[in-house]
Design a protein around this ligand. Structure first.
Ligand SMILES: *[C@@H]1O[C@H](CO)[C@@H](O)[C@H](O)[C@H]1NC(C)=O
Ligand SMILES: *[C@@H]1O[C@H](CO)[C@@H](O)[C@H](O)[C@H]1NC(C)=O
Ligand SMILES: *[C@@H]1O[C@H](CO)[C@@H](O)[C@H](O)[C@H]1NC(C)=O
Ligand SMILES: *[C@@H]1O[C@H](CO)[C@@H](O)[C@H](O)[C@H]1NC(C)=O
Ligand SMILES: *[C@@H]1O[C@H](CO)[C@@H](O)[C@H](O)[C@H]1NC(C)=O
Ligand SMILES: *[C@@H]1O[C@H](CO)[C@@H](O)[C@H](O)[C@H]1NC(C)=O
Length: 485
């Protein structure tokens, strides 16, 4: 009798387990059917991955699994609440041969991973995925990781880009608590764009002459919060490499951004209307600005960076076409600039409104940099720009420990006639001509800026570059602040 009872309960338990197992495999098959129209094409990698307990599955899996499963979860269902589920692009039909269009697979993998808390979307190493311009949209469940270990390639032919998405290649939108990391590369394959002359551009794009010749950014974030980008490489963009706008809370660490020096307008990192940013321990060398900080940016910390080739670290151009510009609370420290056009630079167009304030460049090592220190309130990308009286005010800018060599001139402070720069401090500047020095101006240019200077100063003419006293002019610049408050 007792034996019989034990036997029955064993069978009962077994049946129960069977029911559980069946239910969950149905859920997971259903989920896969949803992502995957051709189930038979499941890659062997996918199976291996499932053995490790991280196959793609129904979004339900991570949400408080049945207690009955907790003691010994069946790995083939991958319902570990603590382990992050991995969504491998190969499981979504991607070929990864660098030739086949894998856009759809990325779209589907993104959609699936987006629904799961703490998901990882894996771009596996040793594969190359050709992806057309794509919007990777949130909001997703928190702590989504985009793990790029392989290579993602942009379409190489200019003509194959849809005319409607020339602004960027990978458009990340409305993502919160999101990370992109890995040992892989985002390759913009921009060579054909760099060669394109303006005339060719308008022909290929079938655009009227009035539209600006916008070329794609490799990776753009829009309206995103608490984003981390680390370890990856971003290379050969048609134009800008990494762009943030209308975002907040950005960490960029240990990234490599590169494009050849001959590539036009290829900024490294471009920030606009973005706050609370830390960029550090990274290498950036492109054909344009290493870092470009535009209007609406504040609380930006850039440190431990190698820059070059390119145009150095730039605030601006600001105030174009009489626009309002507000940039504040920027710290740049421990940066090495090698053979760049400029070092620490602020540039504004004539006629703008607003203010640039509380900016500090500290411990900047320059080597063979054309002009290491620059404020240019007459910025103009054409031959001549109209003279205008208005200007974006510039106030409270510290250049501290700018040390190394220049090839054209050590400093260029060209402040507005109508609105002088105020509280511009030059502290411990030690700049010598480099072996490439071909200039004729070892003094540099200093116009209408007020502040203080502090030894050591080399060349010693630096001492006269900023005028003492500024009580009266300070008021002028302050009156420009109200539009930014
Ligand atoms: C979880 O699964 C159940 C049925 O299996 C379904 O009704 C529910 O909507 C799912 N929840 C989520 C968040 O997907
Ligand atoms: C993002 O993470 C932070 C800190 O862990 C948390 O406070 C916040 O609520 C998270 N936001 C979202 C949308 O999950
Ligand atoms: C971003 O992170 C901060 C600090 O961890 C948190 O307070 C904030 O809620 C997060 N923002 C969002 C939108 O998740
Ligand atoms: C930086 O990223 C590379 C991959 O690109 C990685 O191998 C290396 O370990 C990372 N370094 C640190 C300090 O995280
Ligand atoms: C200047 O900016 C730094 C860095 O963002 C910030 O910590 C500091 O409080 C700011 N100073 C003023 C006076 O606003
Ligand atoms: C602008 O003003 C400067 C200095 O007063 C003058 O040298 C220059 O010719 C003017 N440029 C134009 C386009 O009017």
């Amino acid at each position: 009798m007792k034996k019989n009872y034990r036997h029955t309960s064993f069978i009962f338990l077994f049946v129960l387990l069977l029911i559980f197992a069946t239910t969950f495999s149905i859920i997971s098959v259903d989920a896969r059917k949803h992502h995957h129209t051709k189930k038979s094409k499941i890659h062997h990698k996918h199976k291996k991955q499932q053995k490790n307990g991280d196959g793609n599955k129904a979004p339900n899996c991570t949400n408080s699994p049945s207690p009955a499963l907790s003691p010994s979860p069946s790995p083939s269902h991958g319902c570990y609440p603590t382990q992050s589920p991995i969504f491998n692009i190969l499981s979504f039909g991607a070929k990864g041969d660098g030739v086949t269009d894998d856009t759809k697979a990325l779209e589907e993998a993104w959609e699936a991973a987006c629904k799961v808390q703490g998901a990882t979307l894996e771009i596996p190493t040793e594969f190359q995925f050709l992806i057309n311009p794509i919007t990777l949209q949130g909001p997703c469940m928190p702590n989504f990781v985009f793990q790029v270990d392989g290579i993602i390639l942009a379409p190489p032919k200019v003509g194959s880009w849809p005319k409607s998405s020339l602004f960027q290649w990978l458009n990340v939108k409305w993502m919160y608590n999101f990370t992109i990391q890995g040992t892989g590369t985002l390759d913009g394959q921009g060579y054909n764009w760099w060669k394109l002359s303006q005339i060719d551009y308008f022909q290929v794009m079938k655009k009227s002459k009035n539209t600006p010749d916008v070329k794609p950014t490799v990776l753009r974030f829009y309206g995103s919060y608490n984003v981390t980008i680390r370890d990856i490489k971003i290379i050969n963009s048609p134009q800008c490499h990494l762009k943030f706008d209308n975002s907040k809370g950005v960490k960029i660490n240990n990234v490599t951004i590169s494009a050849p020096e001959i590539s036009p307008n290829t900024d490294g990192i471009h920030l606009q209307n973005t706050q609370d940013v830390e960029i550090h321990h990274s290498n950036i060398g492109t054909g344009d600005d290493c870092i470009s900080i535009q209007t609406g940016c504040s609380n930006i910390h850039v440190h431990h960076l190698n820059c070059g080739p390119g145009h150095g670290i730039s605030l601006g151009g600001l105030g174009k076409d009489k626009s309002v510009a507000c940039v504040s609370d920027i710290i740049v420290d421990n940066v090495n600039l090698q053979s760049t056009m400029y070092g620490a630079r602020i540039k504004t167009w004539q006629g703008g409104v607003g203010i640039v304030k509380n900016i500090s460049f500290t411990n900047i090592q320059v080597s063979n940099v054309k002009v290491p220190i620059m404020i240019d309130q007459y910025y103009c990308d054409k031959h001549v720009c109209k003279n205008q009286t208005g200007a974006v005010a510039i106030s409270n800018v510290k250049f501290n420990q700018i040390i190394g060599t220049y090839s054209t001139k050590p400093i260029h402070l060209a402040c507005s006639n109508s609105i002088p720069c105020t509280d511009v401090d030059l502290i411990d500047i030690q700049l010598k001509p480099s072996t490439n020095y071909r200039g004729i101006n070892q003094l540099g240019l200093c116009w209408n800026s007020y502040g203080k200077s502090q030894a050591p100063l080399l060349p010693s003419s630096m001492d006269y570059c900023v005028r003492r006293g500024s009580g009266l002019v300070r008021g002028i610049s302050r009156s420009h602040e109200h539009v930014c408050l």
